[in-house]
Design a protein around this ligand. Structure first.
Ligand code: ADP
Ligand code: MG
Length: 238
């Protein structure tokens, strides 16, 4: 249910082309990581998939349906960002259930979904707290919880861990891997961190200024990089 297909996708900002004709087929349930240097177009491509940026040329399909002109709300995807703006005046449970409430979901259903998400993310004991009384990792979990309650077809993550300190990043990386195992949903994950890419991905897409330098399993990229750019990027974790 969560396959995503990009066909000759391009993005122009004015007369500057930042995405230069990308073809990519993502399978249902796959964990795909976009890596590449700062400014190479990772966020733009992810936002195009999510519908937050329009597609200048080419087409995007989800489960075989062309969604190129669909607004974000009609795509069934959810995005998790690095800045996880939670509502400070709402509890953890209310933050997680907010979008369902806005959508008019019945209270018992909201409660059930929030409790399920809290269980998956080990937030059950924190449901009544305010965001200010949580650690950074817990806040990031709440942000992910907001996405889980909506039962999306796919999760789009844009450097979700880059604001966390190194130890927490490792812990959350592990949590995200477990989340993928549990939910078995398609995940597209943007990072500039090679270690994150190598440990999380089923397949890595290496972006080089608007085009794909190589796509493959972490092992494939590590053992047979297509060119020097990929070799330097994958082979030299900071
Ligand atoms: P990354 O996420 O890989 O760091 P981005 O997708 O954010 O890269 O940016 C890719 C390129 O597109 C950059 O050169 C950036 O300056 C440019 N860009 C991104 N958003 C806009 C915008 N709204 N208007 C003009 N240029 C943009
Ligand atoms: Mg970015």
């Amino acid at each position: 249910m969560g396959s995503i297909a990009l066909k000759s996708v391009e993005k122009w900002f004015g007369n500057v082309q930042v995405i230069k004709g990308i073809d990519l087929n993502i399978q249902d349930g796959e964990f795909v990581v976009f890596v590449g240097p700062s400014g190479c177009g990772k966020s733009t491509l992810l936002r195009m998939i999510g519908g937050l940026e329009d597609t200048s040329r080419g087409a995007i399909a989800i489960n075989g349906t062309d969604v190129t002109d669909h607004p974000p709300s009609k795509r069934g995807l959810t995005m998790v960002f690095q800045s996880y703006a939670l509502y400070p005046h709402l509890s953890v449970a209310e933050n997680m259930g907010f979008s369902l409430k806005v959508a008019g979901a019945p209270k018992p259903e909201i409660k059930e979904r929030v409790e399920h998400a809290a269980q998956v993310l080990k937030l059950t004991d924190f449901l009544d707290r305010r965001p200010k009384d949580l650690s950074g990792g817990q806040r990031q979990r709440v942000a992910i919880g907001r996405s889980i309650v909506r039962d999306p077809t796919a999760f789009l993550f844009d450097e979700p861990l880059s604001n966390l300190d190194a130890a927490l990043r490792v812990e959350m990386r592990y949590e995200i891997a477990k989340l993928h195992q549990k939910l078995k949903r398609t995940m597209i994950y943007v990072t500039h961190d090679q270690v994150e890419a190598m440990t999380l991905a089923d397949r890595i897409v290496v972006l080089e200024y608007g085009h794909i330098a190589q796509v493959g399993t972490p092992r494939k990229l590590y053992e047979s990089p297509a060119n020097l750019f990929v070799a330097q990027f994958i082979g030299s974790p900071k």
